[in-house]
Design a protein around this ligand. Structure first.
Ligand SMILES: Nc1ncnc2c1ncn2[C@@H]1O[C@H](COP(=O)(O)OP(=O)(O)OP(=O)(O)O)[C@@H](O)[C@H]1O
Length: 667
């Protein structure tokens, strides 16, 4: 017997046939419903005026359907039961159907047995769209996505009292395996009332899907990762099953989504090291090398970070094989270099390259924003090289006045200058003989000197000013800059041939804000300042959240300050400078003045406008006067002013040059 509501529904559907406009006023999820109604009318030839009773398949047929997903049902059982305990009190029942729409598992209230059986909310019920028309299960199978089919969304007028929500469960190859559904005989009239049901169903569908994935690949190494380091162990979203070479055998839905984004740029089969821009060894050694069993990786060609853990295979053949491989191929440990970072992927790559090249005499070019540790890295390379017992001479090309740089570098013969030393001077290049010459801020070296330096490097000889006798030299050159050298070359400010001579390999240092091992650095630096000092969680959290425009130098200054002002060795958020606590600084405030700060700033390495703690202190006072005041206060001690303002010495020199400030004669 068809009642009034059913009659109205039948009329709606009949008038809908082909006239989509009626449905347009519904919410967007109804696009799915509209498509399904069209399929029912045109593809399956269902007649809305002939409501169909629920179809429950025979025991024999049900058994066959259950047998075909037997392994899956065993894995899904726990998840299904857990979900049911959460929803049963709200009047929902739970259906798990196979990919053909047959309900292979059902959990519901026995008291409602008759009504549920009649409504098709029952074991063995056929919810395929072809038979039952539009429903959450049937339409989820067709559309392969989660949806709610609420009351009059159903095609068949016998279902218009029900509210049903379903989510797909896929197998590791991405094929539909099952559909998880929660349904209620009665519900509130508004579809929004089902939003929570939709989220819950999707969550459990994912948990069951992942449990099945892990079961299927229990004899394989599985890499589990997530965007959150804290959550990866308990709720890692992406799963990848791997073969012995690191090739990806299968991935869960989230993993396949990431692969689909990556694939357009790569060949068909992808290895995990390719995807995560790392070595296979980096993945295999996670458990042995990382304290918390988690390691950070960067997705190839993007800035996206993923934190990964390894799930070892249940059979131990694989792990034994690979652990020995890992140990054999273990990168040499070089403490002076290793301690410069923890598990930041970009730093790891840089340090790994530095380790491989430290004994070679090739020139290295170190790139990084100011304060990122270029000199620290250069010193560590020298200290771990075969030249370590020879001198390390650092030359700051931006700090030496242009008129002196030539004599400082190349030396001069006695009597070459009035005012020069009587005995002449060896020059810094000769001072470095046998050891390492570190040319910092190479981007600031005048062009004419670049030509002379090039000759020294090419010929292995230096010609001091005022002499005609070249001196043989044997130095390893490390150069560093915060500038974009390619841009300097394009602007005619840097010699291309010198660039290639200096750049035997490039070592890039990331900005502090981009490093994922800030936690490690903060603890390390504080321990160096005062091994007994403690950092309270609120302070650590503020430090981790700050953007560090002055990089590690600024971090060192901040910790020095905090350690000095704190009480009883405990640093809290109240001991930190205001800018750290206020959170991220508004970059727009700093973008403009910064352009006058760097001599080669239009082409800095960072894509973002650089900001500098200096600017917080300068933008209210005319810069020249402010700088002169600071220099006077500090008796023209450049290092002290740099420290006070949290910038590097070269920055102060550059700014002085720009503002026409020169050192007084008597300094
Ligand atoms: N990995 C690190 N561990 C501990 N301290 C570091 C590290 N890297 C840098 N620092 C500290 O940060 C400060 C700046 O380092 P450094 O002078 O090497 O940077 P830079 O990139 O050469 O700077 P600039 O471009 O201004 O010359 C120094 O106090 C240094 O001790």
């Amino acid at each position: 017997m068809i009642n009034t509501s059913q009659r109205r529904h039948i009329d709606t559907i009949l008038s809908y046939g082909g006239h989509q406009s009626m449905y347009k006023s519904y919410s967007p999820t109804h696009e799915l419903i509209g498509r399904s109604w069209r399929r029912c009318l045109t593809e399956y030839g269902l007649d809305p005026s002939q409501p169909r009773p629920a179809r429950i398949v025979t025991h024999q047929t049900l058994r066959e359907h259950q047998d075909s997903v037997d392994e899956f049902l065993n894995v899904a059982r726990a998840g299904v039961e857990q979900l049911y305990t959460q929803i049963s009190g709200l009047g929902y029942v739970l259906l798990l159907s196979d990919h053909r729409g047959i309900t292979v598992q059902f959990l519901g209230n026995k008291h409602d047995d008759d009504r549920l059986h009649k409504a098709g909310l029952y074991l063995g019920a056929d919810w395929s769209e072809q038979y039952a028309g539009t429903s959450a299960v049937g339409t989820c199978i067709q559309e392969q996505q989660a949806l709610t089919c609420h009351r009059v969304d159903h095609f068949d007028s016998s279902h218009i009292g029900l509210t049903c929500t379903a989510a797909p469960i896929k197998d590791p190859s991405g094929q539909l395996l099952a559909v998880l559904d929660i349904s209620a005989l009665n519900s509130s009239r508004t579809p929004e009332s089902q939003n929570f049901a939709l989220h819950l169903t999707q969550l459990y569908a994912r948990l069951i899907e992942d449990a099945y994935f892990l079961r299927r690949y229990r004899n394989r190494l599985v890499f589990k990762c997530d965007q959150s380091r804290e959550l990866v162990q308990v709720n890692g979203q992406l799963l990848f099953a791997l073969d012995e070479q690191g090739n990806i055998l299968a991935a869960n839905t989230a993993g396949r989504t990431l692969l689909a984004q990556y694939r357009p740029f790569s060949k068909d089969s992808i290895s995990l090291p390719d995807l995560l821009e790392c070595q296979w060894r980096d993945i295999l050694s996670i458990t042995y090398e990382s304290k918390d069993g988690v390691r950070a990786f960067r997705v190839s060609g993007t800035q996206q970070m993923l934190y990964g853990i390894l799930i070892e295979p249940k059979t131990n053949t694989f792990s034994q094989l690979n652990v020995s491989e890992v140990c054999a191929s273990q990168e040499e440990s070089v403490p002076a270099l290793d301690k410069l970072c923890a598990d930041d992927p970009a730093m790891r790559q840089t340090i790994s390259l530095a380790k491989r090249l430290r004994h070679r005499d090739v020139s290295l070019l170190i790139l990084g924003e100011t304060g990122t540790g270029k000199e620290v890295l250069a010193k560590a390379i020298h200290a771990t090289s075969h030249r370590s017992d020879q001198p390390f001479i650092a030359v700051n090309c931006a700090a030496i006045p242009e008129s002196l740089i030539e004599s400082e570098l190349f030396g001069y013969a006695p009597g070459t200058f009035t005012g020069g030393r009587v005995k002449g001077a060896k020059g810094l290049i000769q001072e470095a003989n046998g050891g390492t010459l570190f040319l910092d801020e190479i981007g600031d070296m005048p062009l004419q000197l670049q030509s002379r330096l090039l000759r020294v490097l090419a010929e292995g000889q230096v010609l001091p000013l005022g002499t005609s006798q070249p001196v043989n030299i044997d130095v390893r050159v490390l150069a560093a800059t915060h500038c974009n050298v390619m841009q300097l070359i394009a602007d005619g400010l840097f010699r291309e041939d010198l660039y290639y001579r200096l750049n035997g390999a490039t070592l890039k240092l990331p900005a502090l804000k981009a490093r994922v091992d800030k936690h490690y650095l903060i603890k390390l630096l504080l321990k160096r300042l005062n091994p007994a000092a403690r950092l309270r969680a609120d302070a650590m959290s503020a430090l981790l959240g700050y953007s560090w425009p002055g990089n590690i130098r600024q971090l060192v200054n901040t910790l020095t300050f905090a350690e000095a002002v704190c009480e009883e060795g405990e640093i809290t958020v109240h001991h930190l400078p205001e800018e750290c606590v206020a959170g991220r600084l508004d970059k727009s405030t700093f973008a403009l003045p910064m352009q006058s700060l760097n001599s080669c700033d239009t082409s800095t390495l960072s894509a973002e406008p650089l900001s500098d703690p200096w600017l917080e202190k300068t933008n209210s006072i005319p810069e020249q006067q402010m700088l002169i005041d600071r220099l006077r206060q500090q008796r023209w001690n450049i290092s002290a002013v740099a420290k006070q303002l949290g910038v590097s010495r070269p920055t102060i020199y550059r700014r002085m040059k720009k503002l026409g400030i020169s050192l007084p004669r008597d300094v």
